[in-house]
Design a protein around this ligand. Sequence first.
Ligand code: SF4
Length: 545
Amino acid sequence: MSKRRSRPSQSEDEWNSGNEAALSSNSDADDWKPLSKTSRRSAKTRQITKKRKTEVETREAAQTVAGTPDSVHSKSRHSIQTPEPLRSALLGWFTTVRDARGMPWRKPFDFSQGPEERSQRAYEVWVSEIMLQQTQVVTVIPYYTRWMVTFPTLKDLARANIDQVNALWKGLGYYSRASRLLEGAKKAVKDYGGRLPDNAKEMQENIPGIGRYSAGAICSIAYAERVAVLDGNVHRLLSRLLALHAPPKAKSTLNILWNAAEVMVRKDGTDEMHHPGDINQALIELGSTVCKVREPSCGACPLQPWCLAYKLARGDGFQSLPDIEDTCSICEPISPGFDVTVFPMKSDRKKAREELDVVNVIEWRRDTRSQQRLFFLVRRPETGLLAGLYDFAASENIPKNLPEKLVKSTSLGFLEKLFGHPAWKLVSVTSKTGSNCETRNTWVAEPTIVGDVSHIFSHVKKTYRVVWVLMTGGDKPPEPSGATVPDKPSCRADSELREETQSPDSPLKWTWTPLNQVVDATMGTGAMKVWSLARGFLEEEQTSL
Ligand code: SF4
């Protein structure tokens, strides 16, 4: 009889030490006395019988606690032993849905293509994969189409600047994806003659912004390399297929799933004509359209005959108790009455950190009735988060529950630092903008709290408290201290102001933008939400005058 583990959730060491402790409790020095040979044999028999009884009882207890007779199962359950029938069913299904969603980047693989054409395919797949991160297919299609018109090749993209790239990305969100594409294209031109590397390892190691998933997708689809993909869709699909109920981000879980994904694309003699890119795309497509997070369409699933989650949820597919060596030690118990959506196991979501920013929508007018209305925008640095995007000036991470009065004084304090003088008072400043227009300017700043905007930003839950600060007075808006003064006369039309730029050495890039052009500035999603709230408020203000 094979030795079996009594508590599958324990580690091997814990299990051994636990039994040793149980055995050693009988050899306590105070109770010890010599036994005859017969007595020793019967004592040993009793001991073994007791140990086996304990094992059985403990195992039964574990099963009762788990609520399913299958809580002790073999770890070989979580691997794909015979991939060929699954592949055939999967690819047969994929042929029927390949073009259903009209994705312009999805094209059949052409084995006759040379390196140049495959490299072009790699670029197209790369752009589509980056755009599809966190974004739905239907949203991506028009962006992808516009992108390919503007940057048809990787070399075209590499010649672009961050403003052009951000402008095309506007509205898609997660702008760091756009800057990473640009950075990656420049690297590919510099180090690889304008082509993406033709293998996943090199691509992942040397092209910025390309991780294991993207490298697998690009290289399998464009270069027919037999490398796997594991995105959220494939993770969910394989977790269900293999009935894996373990912490979803744990290394052991990911190893099992990557291994299963690799088995699916591996060449095993009988099916060398299967294109690995098709297998990967089919897995992704099946995960996103059939094996959905909620209400998966198991009735329409080509993998249903092999799906363990489907079988277990119907009270089928339970295994006889495995040997200790083959017992799964990473799955966690499942409550009775589950359905397939219990897989994958839900992760403990870390509570997002909460922060409050006071965001200043700073407006300048000559006087309150002036039709010339300009808004102050700052430009973020060329690298890092939200690179090159325009934003409103903000005081970040200030104490929460700040009283209204202190919010306003925070806002005015910020203006003082920004413009280098106490802007909330009536002050006189001599313009430095040129002898031909020399004048005296006075500004009055009046802050009004507009409201709050919530925005999840890089694992931080931001509350943007939007403050409209109306600055009036003078012939021109103030200039931030420390920024290079533009070499232009101070009396300008709105359109000229929009083009105002600072020296490349200036620590702060900024612009005064006319009211009707703020919406065209390339801003991140959070800043666009702020402007949407402020714009609505300003329109109401206007009509109430
Ligand atoms: S049968 Fe259902 S749970 Fe299993 S892989 Fe298909 S859709 Fe997913």
